[in-house]
Design a protein around this ligand. Structure first.
Ligand code: IMP
Length: 211
């Protein structure tokens, strides 16, 4: 069964292909000749995921899904949240965004934060949403070279090896973990596994010609 992931990011495509069942042939936007910017004008990550997925479904007539992610910091009232990609301005870099967060958090004791990913799937014209979340803390400085975005300043509070809460405050940042470890506990990994369970339970056994 073919399914379009509304992204042009080859890393995300690769990551999600490695989690989704082999029964689903995952295509990116380029594969359906969609070269336009998708609209992302909603005030929530739920709204943005939905908006992108419906846009592709309506304009290209395919079963598809889209994702949207935000870093939510308790002491900043949930910011950067839906503004995570451009927190420090329209053309900002990952460094600019992290520096802005570190500055705003300089004298703040409460370091609690979470990453949330919403996946919106449109299949047979109906929408289904899946949420993945990982709780953590904002470190006082950047650590590690792996990953992207806010990874160097975010440390999950659960262990990637057994999924349990850290008792001894290991505080490894996402950027200090190999990608497989991060994926095991990350917001996106969790949302994609929920998507995979849903697809496998509801669509895997349908004969190809019915789709
Ligand atoms: P997107 O919705 O996946 O494009 O994510 C929006 C923004 O959230 C990105 O530009 C990153 O700054 C941040 N972000 C998303 N996922 C991650 C992650 O796994 N680690 C660190 N930052 C992330």
């Amino acid at each position: 069964m073919e399914l379009v992931f509304a992204t042009n990011n080859p890393h995300k495509l690769q990551e999600i292909r490695s989690i989704l069942s082999q029964h689903f042939e995952l295509k990116g936007l380029k594969d359906i000749c969609c070269n336009e910017e998708l609209p992302e004008t909603q005030p929530t990550i739920e709204g943005n995921a939905s908006q992108k997925a419906f846009y592709v479904h309506k304009n290209y007539g395919v079963d598809c899904f889209a994702d949207d992610t935000g870093l939510e910091i308790e002491a900043l009232g949930g910011n950067p949240g839906v503004m995570s990609a451009r927190y420090a301005g329209e053309q900002c870099s990952f460094e600019d965004n992290m520096n802005k967060v570190l500055n705003e958090m300089q004298s703040i004791e409460n370091r609690k934060a979470c990453f949330r990913t919403i996946i919106s799937l449109i299949i047979d014209g109906k929408e289904h949403q899946f949420e993945g979340r990982v709780d953590g803390i904002i470190l006082k400085e950047k650590r590690g070279e792996e990953g992207f975005g806010y990874d160097p300043i975010f440390a999950p509070v659960i262990s990637p090896s057994n999924g349990e809460m850290f008792k001894d405050h290991m505080e490894l940042s996402f950027a200090e973990m190999p990608l497989e470890e991060k994926n095991r506990i990350s917001h996106r990994g969790r949302a994609v596994r929920k998507l995979n369970e849903f697809l496998t339970a509801n669509f895997q056994s349908l004969p190809q010609q019915k789709r």
